[in-house]
Design a protein around this ligand. Structure first.
Ligand code: FAD
Length: 469
C-alpha cells in the first residue's frame, strides 16, 4: 500500500530514514502541513523553511517526478482522513523531539488508533537516540563534559539510508500551490534585504558548504571566535532545516580528519560544537520547559526587568555598544549572527540591562534563520546564568574587551555599523529607510554612542549590579 511521508525539518535525501522506509514500502505521498506548531515559529525561521521546502520539492521532481503536497491544518485532523483517502498503510516521520511536536505526534497517534494506519517515527535529527545517553544513576546529564565523553564513547549512530528510487503517487488530492505559498506573511523586516543576503538553500548547498568548510577546517580551532573572519562552517541553517543530517555530517567530517592530519584538530573542535547541539536537545527533551523556565529553580524569583525602553533599544541595535549593535544589525539584515557576538549581545541584555532572558530569546527566535528551539534556549540560559553548566552570574562579558580580542581591527564592527559601502551599503540604507516610523535607526553608531551616553550606561549597569548584590 502507499505510505505518507510527513515532512518536518528533514528536507534531504541522504541520511533520511523516514524517506527510505516509505520509499521501500510502495508509492509515497510526501506531505507538509501548515499547522499550529509551524505558526508558533518565528518569522525568519518560517521564511527560511519555505526556501528549504521549495528546494526539496524541486529536487523531488527532478529525481523522482514527485511533488510535496502542502495542506493547512492540524495533523490529527488532516492525516487520518488523507491516509483513508489514498488507502495508506503507514505514515513515516523523522522524529523532531521538540515538546510541541511530540504532543502533536501523540495526538495523531490517538487519532489513528483503530485504523489500519501505523505512525512510524524514525530517529535522525540527532547523533544518537534521545534516550541513549544516561548517567551512571540513570538520569539525564546536566554537565557538558561528561555528556560529551559518554557520546564519544558510544559514538554517533550510523547515517540512515538513502532511497534509490521512489514511486510517486498519482491521483493526488489538491493542495496549496507551492509557487504562491507565503509561510512568513508577518515578516516585518525588509524581505528583499533578507533575500539578497540569503545563503543558498537545499541539500546540495549544504553538502557544498560542508566541503568548502572542511577545506579550511585547519583554522577553525584558533579562529572560530573571530566574527571578522570566515572561520566557522555556517552550517547551522542547513542543520536547522535538516538539509544535512548530523550523523552524516559527523561521518563525513571524521573521515576527512583521518585522511588529513593537518585538518584533524580543527575538525575535532568542530565536532565538539556539534555535541553542544546534541547536549541542547538532550536538555530540551529531559526538561521540556527549557525555553520558558530557568533550569535552576533558585532563579525562578529573580527580579528581571521586563519590557522597557532599554529593551527596545537593544532590539533596534541602538544600545550604543559597538559589538552588541553590530551583531544585532547583522541579525536584522541577514538573519544570522556570529556565535561570539550572540554571547556578548545576550550578556549585555541580561547582565547589564538586567532584562529577562526570555525576552531576548523571543527576539532571537523571531529573527534567526537558524532558529533551533534547543540551542536557542540552552544558550540563553547559559548566558543568563540560570541553565545547567552555565556561566556563573558574576561572570559578565565585557563587550569592549571582547571586541578588542575577537575583532581586533574593528572590521566586523565597521562592516555592520559604519562601513555601509558599495552595493551592500545601499541595500542596508534602503532597508532602514523602508522601516515604518518608530524604527528609525541611526545611520551610524557614532550618532548615538557619545562618550557621555556610554559612561551613563555603564554607571547605570554598575548601580543595578550593586543593588542586586
Ligand atoms: P560552527 O562553529 O561551524 O558550529 C557547527 C555547528 O555546531 C553549528 O552549526 C551548530 O549546529 C552547532 N553549534 C555551534 N555552537 C553551538 C552552541 N553554542 N550551542 C549549540 N550548538 C552549537 N544555534 C542555532 O543553531 N540556533 C539557535 O537558535 C541558536 N541560538 C543561540 C542563542 C544564543 C544566545 C547563543 C549564544 C548561541 C545560539 N546558537 C544557536 C549557537 C551558535 O551561535 C550557532 O549554532 C552558531 O553561531 C552557528 O554558526 P555555524 O554553523 O557557523 O557554527
Amino acid at each position: 500500500p502507499p505510505s505518507i511521508l510527513w515532512l518536518c525539518r528533514d528536507f534531504r535525501f541522504r541520511d533520511n530514514a523516514a524517506l527510505a522506509a516509505a520509499a521501500g514500502a510502495g508509492p509515497v505521498l510526501p506531505v507538509f502541513l501548515i499547522d499550529g506548531a509551524l505558526r508558533a515559529q518565528g518569522a525568519a525561521s518560517r521564511w527560511r523553511l519555505q526556501r528549504a521546502l521549495l528546494a526539496f520539492d524541486a529536487e523531488l521532481r527532478r529525481r523522482h517526478g514527485a511533488t510535496v503536497l502542502v495542506l493547512e491544518g492540524e495533523p490529527w485532523d488532516i492525516l487520518p482522513a488523507l491516509a483513508a483517502r489514498i488507502g495508506a498503510g503507514s505514515l513515516h516521520r523523522n522524529d523532531w523531539p521538540e515538546p510541541a511536536t511530540i504532543a502533536a505526534q501523540q495526538r495523531l497517534g490517538r487519532a489513528l488508533a483503530g485504523t489500519p494506519v501505523r505512525l512510524v517515527l524514525h530517529p535522525g535529527h540527532l547523533l544518537v537516540h534521545p534516550r541513549a545517553l544516561r548517567t551512571g544513576s540513570g538520569g539525564a546529564y546536566r554537565v557538558f563534559t561528561p555528556f560529551a565523553r559518554a557520546l564519544r564513547a558510544i559514538g554517533p549512530d550510523r547515517p540512515g539510508g538513502e532511497a534509490a528510487s521512489l514511486s510517486p503517487l498519482t491521483d493526488l488530492p489538491r493542495g496549496l500551490a507551492l509557487d504562491r505559498l507565503d509561510l512568513a506573511p508577518d515578516l516585518h523586516r525588509g524581505r528583499a534585504v533578507l533575500e539578497r543576503h540569503a545563503l543558498p538553500a537545499g541539500e546540495a548547498a549544504a553538502q557544498a558548504r560542508l566541503g568548502d568548510f572542511l577545506d579550511r577546517a585547519a583554522g577553525y580551532a584558533a579562529q572560530r571566535d573571530r566574527p571578522d573572519l570566515q572561520a566557522t562552517s555556517g552550517l547551522s541553517e542547513h542543520l536547522a532545516m535538516g538539509e544535512i543530517g548530523p550523523r552524516d555530517l559527523w561521518a563525513i567530517a571524521s573521515a576527512r580528519a583521518k585522511a588529513d592530519p593537518a585538518a584533524s584538530p580543527g575538525i575535532a573542535a568542530f565536532l565538539t560544537e556539534l555535541i553542544w547541539r546534541e547536549f541542547a536537545w538532550h536538555l530540551l527533551i529531559e526538561f521540556p520547559r527549557l525555553a520558558r523556565q530557568p533550569w535552576r529553580p533558585e532563579w525562578a524569583d529573580f527580579p528581571w526587568r521586563g519590557d522597557s525602553a532599554a529593551l527596545t533599544r537593544w532590539r533596534r541595535a541602538e544600545t550604543g555598544i559597538a559589538l552588541v549593535d553590530a551583531g544585532l544589525r547583522e541579525m536584522r539584515v541577514t538573519g544570522r549572527m556570529h556565535n561570539r557576538v550572540r554571547m556578548v549581545a545576550a550578556s549585555w541584555l541580561t547582565k547589564h540591562l538586567l532584562t529577562d532572558w526570555r525576552l531576548g530569546l523571543a527576539h532571537f527566535a523571531d529573527s534567526l534563520t537558524d532558529w533551533d528551539p534547543a540551542a536557542n534556549a540552552m544558550n540563553w540560559q547559559w548566558v543568563a546564568g540560570c541553565g545547567p553548566d552555565a556561566a556563573p552570574f558574576f561572570r559578565i562579558f565585557n563587550p569592549e574587551r571582547q571586541a578588542a580580542q575577537f575583532d581586533p581591527q574593528g572590521r566586523y564592527r565597521r562592516r555592520w555599523l559604519l562601513g555601509w559601502q558599495g552595493a551592500e551599503g545601499e541595500e542596508a540604507r534602503a532597508y532602514f529607510d523602508s522601516l515604518p516610523p518608530g524604527w528609525d535607526v541611526p545611520r551610524t553608531w557614532q550618532d548615538r554612542a557619545t562618550p557621555e551616553r556610554l559612561a551613563q550606561g555603564r554607571a547605570r549597569a554598575l548601580a543595578a549590579h550593586a543593588a542586586f548584590r
